[in-house]
Write a protein that binds this ligand. Structure first.
Ligand code: ZN
Ligand code: ZN
Length: 705
């Protein structure tokens, strides 16, 4: 028996729609409601010859259903954070697990105190949905509003954004929404949330461009007030009575990335955003470590919130973007009669500039392909974030007219995304480009953890077409130099940053739990920050800092969670997600009964619809068994003019059918019962007719199927 067959999610179809609600764990627990009815149900079972023949006890079926329900809840609940287990020595409670009982006993701190509250992005199922709230007295500011891609565990879910309920309830206090950079894990939730927590927006020029672009797809109609801040002039803005902010330039894999310096009544806080050090950045603008050092020297840094992505990768970067450009040039030289296709992330604007410069040098033309890539290019042109050499860019439809040795195509799909340009080329589905044997495809990227197998699928597809594929870190075959550079600093870089800033308190941010712990260890062991001044926090944890920076502690939790969206940008409720997971594991089984209201007789043979469960034509015997059960059940239930409670009857049939199916197949599909009570005689008068359409519609469960 496979894992997939071990459970069921009982009786969830008739629950109300919870759109927009907080997706909390426990919200969708299976609700077995057998208990008191047990005795009479057993009697009924004996009356029904089909049930009497089953070999499986009802309790066993219920246990199977419960196991499945738990499995589905577990899969669906991976993004949900209630009171997470956190017994790390840095957990803020001396390694003791924090409980709801403690939460109830907590007394609010008297007088104004600074509260640092990660609304998303810390200790979650993957990196993403970064969002940080800073609260003091009557003022709140929010740093970043990102999304998270949950991957294939979540069928039909494109991404998840943070639940803003805590902030929404205090929206009159919000003085500003500040953004560190334009990656989706930092701005992707903006278009969905900004109207719920409206406030002026602050970001660097390119980031502002990305935010404005995102708002073009927003459906709320809300028009945010955008404010560009110049990090190079150390421009400062006062937000409310309590805060002022300043952006400080960092280097990252997207233009105009910044850290945020937040001056507060208890001291200076720094949120690093995402960063790396670069000796020779493409736009010539280096990480402004001097400015951060100056602030540290002159004002002191009370709390450093530092990203965690690569803090456990040893050493430091051994190359920069210009070395990658050299590799591109070498590939163009080496394959001088071939088309070169370079695939990279669509926000790698500087990488695109490197391609353009090399192409110019080698006498090639460049076309860009992929919706997000073209969108981002447009933003970079407007924000002067890219310098395009003259006469290099051509349109996709025109590049096919050039000789192969003059062609470079930059496209999306480096993560093996099914619908991206590269995969469409590989499968012959692209409008202009079909892959051919002489093509050279360059992956200027590394697979994001979890995407490896999709990248392999794309690589294999390309190689099946006979083309040559060059990937980063696989130089044995071609001996080309580096093709990619991570946007995040390594272990040594983190040590350098922390030592330069000398913060009193330290909070690892942007990371899965193990990354946060590694980041905390690094700060303690390599940089000498005392253990009790370091916090490994989950989203929802509240860290309070006393006035004068005298003492910081964890003080319980606020509600946090996620809101899910599908490909069309529509919200998806947790109930729908659970149905999808359940259906993808076990399938669905629907019985439709048409009963005469007058006589209580079945007017037609029961209709049975099965999807993703078993193929009906191969299971005639089982179908006959189910029909036999249904006929007996209806005859007994309506017999002797009994009054029938439709909801009870539907539930009984659902349970019984689930029982028989489990008995015969050891599977627990979603079972749905539809009963049409027809008062008038059927239209065709021969007893074989179908009830009116709207009647049937009315009986269907309200959602999820
Ligand atoms: Zn990030
Ligand atoms: Zn980033």
């Amino acid at each position: 028996m496979s894992d997939n067959n071990e459970g069921n999610q009982p009786q969830q179809q008739n629950r109300g729609n919870n759109r927009g609600q907080n997706n909390r764990r426990g919200n969708g627990q299976g609700n077995n409601q057998q208990n008191g009815q047990q005795g009479s149900r057993q009697q009924q079972a004996q009356q029904n010859s089909v049930l009497a023949r089953t070999q499986t006890r009802r309790g066993e079926v219920q246990r199977a259903a419960r196991r499945n329900s738990e499995l589905v809840t577990q899969i669906a609940g991976q993004h949900v954070i209630d009171v997470p287990v956190n017994k790390s020595v840095y957990n803020g409670y001396e390694g003791e697990q924090f409980t709801l009982i403690q939460q109830k006993r907590l007394k609010p701190t008297k007088g104004p105190v600074l509260r640092v509250i990660p609304i998303g992005g810390l200790g979650e199922m993957t990196i993403g949905k970064n969002m940080m709230a800073i609260e003091y007295d009557n003022d709140i500011i929010v740093v970043d509003m990102g999304l998270l891609f949950p991957g294939n565990d979540y069928p039909g879910i494109n991404y998840i954004v943070p639940d803003p309920t805590y902030l929404e309830e205090r929206k009159h206090k919000i003085r500003g929404l500040v953004f560190t950079h334009g990656h989706l894990d930092h701005i992707g939730a903006f278009k969905h949330l900004v109207h719920r927590i409206p406030a002026p927006v602050y970001a660097s020029k390119f980031t502002t461009g990305m935010l404005k672009k995102a708002m073009e797809e927003a459906t709320s109609g809300y028009q945010p007030q955008f404010n560009e801040l110049n990090p190079d002039t150390h421009e400062r803005v006062q937000l409310g009575d309590s805060f002022s902010i300043e952006l400080v330039r960092v280097n990252h894999s997207i233009p105009d990335a910044t850290a945020v310096v937040i001056r507060t009544p208890v001291g200076v806080l720094v949120d690093t955003g995402d960063w790396r050090f670069e000796e020779n950045p493409v736009d010539g603008r280096k990480f402004d470590l001097e400015r951060l050092e100056q602030i540290s020297r002159e004002e002191g840094i009370t709390l450093l919130m530092n990203e965690s992505t690569n803090c456990d990768s040893a050493g430091t970067h051994t190359h920069g973007e210009h070395e990658i450009a050299q590799s591109f040039g070498a590939i163009m030289d080496h394959h001088k009669d071939s088309r070169i296709m370079i695939s990279t992330f669509s926000s790698q604007i500087h990488r695109m500039q490197m391609v353009l410069e090399q192409a110019k040098l080698k006498g090639r033309k460049v076309a860009f392909a992929g919706y997000s890539m073209l969108q981002n290019l447009e933003v970079s042109l407007r924000a002067n974030a890219i310098k395009i050499p003259k006469d290099v860019i051509v349109r996709m439809e025109d590049i096919t007219k050039l000789p192969d040795g003059k062609v470079v195509i930059v496209c999306t799909g480096s993560q093996g995304e099914f619908n991206a340009v590269l995969n469409r080329m590989a499968t012959g589905a692209h409008k202009y480009i079909k892959i051919k044997r002489s093509d050279i495809i360059v992956f200027s990227s590394n697979p994001i953890p979890g995407n490896e197998k999709y990248v392999v699928r794309t690589v294999d597809g390309l190689m099946r077409e006979g083309s040559d594929v060059v990937q980063n870190k696989k130089p044995a075959l071609d001996d080309f130099g580096p093709l990619h550079l991570s946007g995040h600093g390594y272990h040594e870089d983190h040590i350098k940053l922390i030592n330069a800033l000398k913060p009193k308190y330290y909070l690892p941010i942007h990371g899965e739990f193990h990354m946060l712990v590694h980041n905390a260890e690094l700060a303690e062991k390599e940089c000498g920050i005392p253990k009790e001044n370091i916090f490994v926090a989950d989203s929802g944890d509240v860290i309070e800092i006393q006035p004068g920076g005298n003492g910081a502690k964890k003080v319980g939790r606020v509600p946090v969670g996620g809101i899910m969206y599908d490909d069309s940008g529509e919200e998806v409720s947790e109930i729908v997600l659970k149905d999808r997971i359940h259906m993808s594991n076990e399938g669905m089984f629907v019985v439709v009964l048409t009963v005469s209201k007058k006589t209580g007789r079945l007017l037609t043979s029961p209709d049975i619809i099965s999807r993703g469960f078993i193929y009906l034509r191969d299971s005639e015997e089982l179908m006959n068994t189910i029909r036999q059960y249904l006929k007996q059940k209806i005859a007994r239930s309506y017999g002797a003019g009994r009054k029938v409670d439709l909801d009870d009857l539907k539930r009984e049939i659902k349970d019984d059918v689930a029982h028989v199916l489990y008995d015969q197949t050891r599977r627990t599909p979603i079972v749905i019962t539809v009963i049409n009570e027809i008062s008038a005689a059927p239209a065709n008068g021969n007893g074989e007719g179908r009830g009116p359409q709207q009647n049937q519609q009315r009986e269907l469960p309200p959602q999820g199927v």
